[in-house]
Ligand binder design. Sequence first.
Ligand code: PA5
Length: 425
Amino acid sequence: MSQSPLTVSLDLALSGKGAPPRADYDASLGAAVGALAWLRQQAADKSLELLGVPARTDDIRKARARAKEIAASANRVVVLGIGGSSLGGQALTALRKNAVPFVEFYDNPDPFSWTAALKRFDLKKTHFIAISKSGGTAEVMMQVLPLVEMLKKAGVRNIGKHFTIITEPHDSALAAFADSIKAPKLDHPLGVGGRYSVLTMVGLLPAILMGIDVKQLRAGAAAVLAQTLGAKSPADSPAATGAALHHALAKQGRLANTILWPYCDALAVFGGWWKQLWAESLGKDGQGSTPVSVLGPVDQHSQLQLFRDGPNNALFTLVTIDMKGHGPVVPKASAKALGQDYLAGKRPGDLIAAQSRGTAQTLFNNGRPVRMIHVKKVDAFSMGALMMHFMLETIIMGRLMGVNPFDQPGVEEAKILARQYLSQK
Ligand code: PA5
């Protein structure tokens, strides 16, 4: 069994002025015993389908076969879908290896950018993957339906060959659309919620088209899952300790925000996926914390002042990778001639490694709790591990808070109202 590639330290969160009272943290960690028992039970009786996803291989075969067909005729793949049907795939673009076909995501049906994009596409060489778990989301239908006429106008004969539909296997508008144009349908698993679906067909097909090793992606997720399910106590599961830390701070009224702060561009888009996961899963019953995704070192020059001296109501999670020694070296002579001796012989990776340490220590010194997560590099294995880590942490946090981390009544309400307003003359 592979080991989790995540190294997690709570040293700067459980000590110093910013730490929650130890008794509160211990109580939350104690409560996580029940959450872990629940997860183990769900894994054993297969009732939480997400937990079985990392071990699946049948859908990888299907996705590979479909990807091969798509790549044979398209030089551009446009992924349509929103929320959980898009953000995970977008996060995976950081691992892209293939430039052709070029996989792009259009989640926002903004008429200006979408129209501009459509003008850029050579429709004869473009394949559309439309993803919607429910099969009825207005944004996706709004993008998909006009495409048929556009493709016809562009001289495309077999419209169905230009589409792949990923949706739940039941009647829906999108499923009927697929049938009407004879486009292949792939299953969105019934028991996996949108924001938990990145490791299913929803992320698999785009990932394979981007040349990503999806077996490694799942292996990373499996390693983290095994660590949590096999943990002798919650203290041995970073997902449980992370949830307990959040929970202890929330109990003190000190968790208005939770800040994810990767120090590498490869995890910049990941933050968008994680924000939906945390916000939509846990913002319920008057509880919850706002997920904020920033990027190091860019946001040191934008947000750090607020984070250090503003309201003390956030947990900071810095994610670092092995950076030292990477990037072009600063010539010693020119650095010294300009009085920049500290940069002589150093590389951008050295600078960023020092900056992440500096930020963590600055926040800690000023009474702000900081969790550190380190992975050696961002590859398919560590990406899968990070994704599973944050999904489990969110689920455990939901159990600790007493909210259902799998529903989204707020999203549904807004969807219904938008439909209503659109039908009004
Ligand atoms: O997590 C969720 O379930 C939602 O945010 C959905 O991902 C989002 O609303 C899109 O829904 P669908 O995939 O049904 O089109």
